[in-house]
Design a protein around this ligand. Structure first.
Ligand SMILES: Cc1cc2nc3c(=O)[nH]c(=O)nc-3n(C[C@H](O)[C@H](O)[C@H](O)COP(=O)(O)OP(=O)(O)OC[C@H]3O[C@@H](n4cnc5c(N)ncnc54)[C@H](O)[C@@H]3O)c2cc1C
Length: 492
């Protein structure tokens, strides 16, 4: 008998979504990630949970409708990570005419599943706070509802849910070779140790590595794909209002500018073809200039490449014949050949559903329970999305030493599980030595014990974004602290 029913290679959003779905349906699951969870494309997305207006323009009505139904599900199961926002499109005389935008948003509202989010509206931005940051000529804007999400925490909490339902999650575990017969035999280097693993089915969810893994690790036919790089920039905060701007660029692309970690603005996305090793992906200077210029057309404050505090890039594959952002799942099984799932591309919004459909393809091979992920909250997400502020108030009542914005960060990260991080602490000192004004050793220990954090970057750039503001001395102290804690992961 094989050790597992399903082994998944790749701990991005596609891999962890497969793990969560399959573990909750009773399969014995192991996930192998060579680096950190969400360490590649899944933490370099535009962070949107949306129906995607640009798809509507291409008449993808059903696709938009399905994505909006998923948006409603994400709000229900991850109310801490997913935040509803008003998206504002200033009307620009050279771009799409106002009547077209109005008609598009009317349709967008109609395609939305009931979720309690307000419908679209026309606003006069000469007398509205959202106009303050924009150049003068913009008089009218359209606003509509969509959501933003913390992409890398979505990956980690999906993995945590999978682990709590029995999946084994191994980070720092690279699959070197997989031999296919009636079962799969895998050779893995797991934190320096060679391991052999057998499994009845295998999933290749290695994002930008998918073709390479198919060819060199699995030695199976490669999918016909195009590699694409997507990039964004982070700059100091350009506006105070709590909304996302959607700008129409002169080349017809939509550019997003959204609030990012209180002090910053995230601007994206630019995508283009990619060749090379997905592990070495840097944002070209031309792409940085492109986004700066696109933002500068709209914002009063000019955005220059020297303002960029961080550029974020990721690589993934799209089917060679498909449009940007489309995802693909291949399923392959034959007599005497154990099943193989290949899942790549796609977006955050539809990842849950795609994983559900992929795991369902295994139904003829194993007895398993029906789909379940749409109705079960992610860890810490067992409250209604419109009670987020109430959760913050409760936390401030309980841990009186916390400041307002700090509590918002903690509730957004841990939701109702914040007590697992802070325990019964009555003062900040009880949480141990701190690294900068917010990160305490209690939080670091929690992340190392329950969320697979091993190195400072895992905490500073993926479990949080505190790397944006942390001083070098605090970073060094954090590295020394983490090196002194034995790997306490209870999930291995
Ligand atoms: C052009 C483009 C535009 C996109 N735009 C959007 C967008 O607008 N909105 C949106 O939400 N999403 C967007 N996406 C999708 C998004 O970036 C990802 O597709 C999604 O996050 C899922 O990523 P993944 O899990 O497939 O890959 P990744 O997150 O890259 O994960 C793959 C993982 O596999 C691991 N791995 C590789 N080889 C091995 C091995 N041998 N052993 C163990 N582990 C291994 C890697 O370390 C990596 O962590 C876009 C994608 C593309 C291509």
């Amino acid at each position: 008998m094989a050790d597992y029913d399903l082994a998944i290679i790749g701990g991005g959003l596609n891999g962890v979504s497969l793990a969560r779905d399959a573990a909750g349906r009773g399969l014995r699951v192991i996930l192998l990630e060579q680096g950190d969870l969400g360490g590649a494309a899944s933490s370099a997305t535009p962070r949107l949970i949306h129906g995607d207006l640009s798809v509507l323009e291409r008449r993808g009505f059903w696709r938009v409708r399905r994505a909006l139904a998923e948006r409603r599900i994400w709000l229900a199961i991850a109310p801490h990570l997913v935040r509803p926002m008003r998206f504002v499109i200033p009307a620009h005389s050279d771009e799409r005419p106002p009547w077209l935008l109005r008609a598009g948003l009317f349709l967008y509202d109609r395609l939305s599943s009931p979720s309690g989010l307000p419908p679209s509206a026309t606003i006069d931005i000469t007398h509205h706070p959202v106009g303050n940051a924009l150049k003068r000529p913009f008089g009218t804007a359209f606003e509509y509802s969509d959501c933003v999400v913390d992409d890398s925490r979505l990956v980690v909490l999906t993995a945590l849910d999978a682990a709590e339902r029995g999946a084994v999650i191994r980070t720092g575990a690279r699959c070197l070779r997989a031999d296919r017969a009636e079962i799969w035999r895998l050779a893995v280097v797991d934190r320096g140790h060679r391991r052999a693993i057998t499994t009845r089915a295998l999933a290749n969810a290695t994002g930008g590595w998918t073709s390479m893994v198919a060819e060199t690790v699995l030695r199976q036919p490669q999918p016909t794909v195009a590699a694409m790089q997507m990039s964004q920039i982070i700059v100091p905060k350009l506006f105070d209002s709590d909304n996302v701007y959607v700008f129409q660029n002169s080349d017809g692309r939509l550019i997003f500018a959204s609030p990012f970690e209180r002090e910053f603005t995230l601007i994206g996305t630019v995508t283009h073809d990619f060749t090379g090793d997905p592990a070495i992906v840097a944002m070209p200077g031309a792409d940085i200039s492109y986004l700066c210029e696109a933002a500068s057309r709209y914002f009063r404050e000019r955005v220059a490449p020297t303002d960029v505090v961080r550029a974020v890039s990721g690589v993934n594959l799209t089917p060679a014949s498909a449009r940007r952002g489309d995802g693909t799942t291949h399923f392959h099984a034959r007599r005497r050949k154990a099943p193989l799932i290949t899942m790549f591309g796609g977006d955050l919004t539809t990842s849950r559903r795609r994983a559900e459909r992929a795991v369902t393809r295994l139904t003829p091979f194993y007895p398993m329970s029906p789909p379940w992920t749409a109705g079960a909250p992610l860890p810490g997400g067992d409250f209604a999305w419109d009670r987020f502020d109430h959760e913050v108030d409760l936390a401030r009542d309980r841990w009186r030493f916390l400041g307002e914005s700090e509590t918002q960060r903690l509730v957004a990260a841990y939701g109702s599980r914040l007590s697992s991080v802070l325990g019964e602490a009555k003062t900040r000192d009880e949480l141990g030595p701190a690294f900068g004004p917010e990160l305490t050793s209690a939080e670091v220990r929690y992340l190392m014990t329950y969320e697979w954090a091993r190195f400072p970057e895992d905490i500073l750039w993926r479990r949080s974004k505190l790397g944006l503001t942390m001083r070098a001395t605090d970073r060094d102290a954090l590295a020394a602290f983490m090196a002194g804690v034995n790997d306490p992961s209870r999930h291995g």
